[in-house]
Ligand binder design. Structure first.
Ligand SMILES: C[S@@+](CC[C@H](N)C(=O)[O-])C[C@H]1O[C@@H](n2cnc3c(N)ncnc32)[C@H](O)[C@@H]1O
Ligand SMILES: [Zn+2]
Length: 191
């Protein structure tokens, strides 16, 4: 049963605080990564992806001056209106690398994004989820090279981009996609 802190009259839980689940350190995949500090059970919500909420236009503007072959962003698409920029006010979640055989997935809950374990993760394992970065009709011909994956999984598909969509018979076009996922920056304005 929670008791109350006498000085603040706030509820105080008597449940002992658990040790942290994750830490950020250098990764063999890329730069920094996120690693399990203890065994994490399948289904555990590990962390929320936090960042400033901006429009797609603002997200484009923030990365517009980067070189064409620089794939690095901290952007996460929530829906057709909103992008989270983990580079501003973000937490450890922004350091989770992409994996083609991932142990986590990103899940949308309303307009919030959480990272959940999709299998049991052992202490010391690096966390990853499939970025499934969407392809665009005006992508550079070498886009898969620019977004080359170095996850090292046996079945690595070689790219952080989602597999190309299969051609379908002509149908009524769908409304604007609102699927959450990692986001490319827009095309560079530099020539
Ligand atoms: C949100 S950051 C992840 C943290 C990153 N390692 C860092 O130190 O900033 C995403 C970027 O990390 C790199 N990255 C993540 N997963 C990768 C992978 N499997 N292969 C190659 N680069 C990866 C890409 O540059 C990607 O744009
Ligand atoms: Zn891979």
């Amino acid at each position: 049963m929670p008791s109350r802190n006498k000085s603040t009259n706030r509820r105080v839980s008597r449940r002992p605080r658990r040790a942290p689940m994750i830490e950020v350190r250098h990764s063999p995949i890329h730069g920094f990564g996120v690693f399990a500090l203890r065994r994490i059970r399948k289904g555990t919500t590990i962390i929320e992806y936090i960042g400033e909420r901006v429009s797609h236009e603002e997200a484009d503007a923030r990365y517009a001056d980067k070189a064409e072959d620089d794939n690095h962003t901290f952007l996460f698409t929530v829906d057709a209106r909103t992008v989270l920029d983990g580079g501003v006010g973000g937490n450890e979640a922004r350091y989770i690398n992409h994996g083609c055989d991932p142990n986590c997935e990103s899940a949308l809950a309303g307009k919030r994004v959480f990272v959940e374990a999709i299998r049991t993760i052992q202490k010391g394992e690096e966390l990853s989820y499939d970025y499934q970065i969407q392809r665009d009709p005006d992508d550079a011909p070498n886009v898969d090279e620019i977004f080359a994956c170095r996850c090292g999984a046996t079945g690595c598909r070689g790219t952080m981009l989602a597999p190309p969509a299969k051609r379908r018979a002509a149908r009524k076009p769908k409304r604007a996609p609102a699927k959450g996922g990692r986001r490319k920056r827009a095309k560079s304005k530099r020539r």
